[in-house]
Design a protein around this ligand. Structure first.
Ligand code: 0O2
Ligand code: 0O2
Length: 268
């Protein structure tokens, strides 16, 4: 091989990976603070080993003097998420960043690979500040769920062991396992949506209940005691039968009754 100083060649990639890891870990804690839920579970990063860079260059026919443009994942960042929806959110956050430039994206989630591999890839250009000035390096950001990562990690280590000559039955079983991981992601997403829906229902119910109770109190304030007591009875009935729609209607009726009461009191 040529007599280049490989450590010097890899240095800006090391710097890019370290900086990006810090940035995405910071993004995680910031989102956790702001929203009490972080779409990022954890972040890892690595610089490709020289032997793997050279192997990939050979496989992709990249000449030695064009490694920087030809091999896009010398710097690699991996972002793991709990749910598939989180991946789209993280990709959107990356697209809007000003400290890197998106080159292109590969959606192996919609179009998963023949092996069964699923993941969302973003190739970005990241500027590092070196002693000789700014240097733009290419980096690959892989965004995936925990289930996708579980599958890819094991498949990768088996492929490594068998040097890409996996026995046919193993390859088939890995594809089945990828299908199982896909189903797991789907099931977790649907459970999550159900939880979010029931949380929303709970919030709506408690909002309408406090609205109704406040309105009844207002009616007492305007001395509409009999009317207020009737509304109270109706409220009890609807509340016991968990009739959210009825409670909403009752809140509207109460608002109208308050306007009437205000008018009769001569306050409007
Ligand atoms: P925290 O606070 O535990 O999230 P470093 O340079 O030290 O920050 P390093 O040594 O390069 O990071 O680690 P690596 O291998 O890139 O892993 C980065 C983070 O991912 C580490 O957390 C690991 O603990 C975490 N990690 C790796 N695999 C898993 C996993 O399967 N599940 C979970 N939940 N986390 C994993 P940190 O950096 O200590 O930060
Ligand atoms: P590493 O560092 O060992 O993970 P290629 O498709 O390989 O000719 P290209 O165009 O770089 O080359 O890549 P692609 O398909 O987008 O893949 C880039 C990276 O995605 C790979 O890096 C893997 O990390 C991951 N990947 C892609 N396909 C699979 C797969 O079938 N199984 C697993 N486990 N990972 C996959 P490298 O080069 O393998 O390097």
């Amino acid at each position: 091989m040529d007599g280049r100083d490989w450590n010097l060649f890899l240095q800006p990639y090391e710097q890019a990976v370290e900086e990006m890891k810090v940035k995405f870990k910071t993004m995680r804690s910031e989102l956790k603070m702001r929203e009490a839920y972080a779409p990022i579970e954890f972040v890892t990063g690595r610089v490709k080993k020289i032997s793997s860079v050279l192997e990939k260059a050979k496989r992709l026919n990249v000449p030695p003097d064009q490694l920087e443009q030809g091999i896009e994942d010398i710097a690699g960042i991996r972002i793991m998420c709990q749910f598939v929806d989180d991946i789209r959110r993280v990709a959107e956050l990356i697209r809007s960043r000003k400290d890197l430039a998106l080159v292109y994206e590969k959606d192996y989630i919609t179009n998963f690979k023949e092996s069964g591999y699923r993941s969302y890839h973003m190739i970005v250009k990241y500027p590092v500040q070196t002693a000789l000035g700014q240097k733009d390096v290419l980096a690959e950001i892989q965004i995936r769920t925990l289930a996708m990562n579980f599958w890819a990690t094991i498949e990768h280590s088996l492929n490594y062991k068998y040097k890409e000559a996996l026995p046919e039955d193993v390859r088939l079983r890995l594809k089945n396992a990828s299908e199982a991981a896909f189903k797991l992601d789907e099931e977790m997403s649907s459970i999550r949506h159900e939880i979010l829906d029931s949380q929303r229902d709970f919030e709506e119910r408690s909002n309408v209940v406090s609205k109704v109770l406040n309105h009844i109190q207002d009616l007492y304030f305007y001395r509409r005691v009999r009317e207020a007591a009737q509304f109270q009875l109706k409220f009890k009935e609807l509340w016991e039968s968990e009739d959210l729609y009825g409670l909403d209607q009752l809140s509207n009726e109460l608002e109208a009754a308050i306007i009437r009461a205000k008018k009769n009191n001569g306050t409007t």
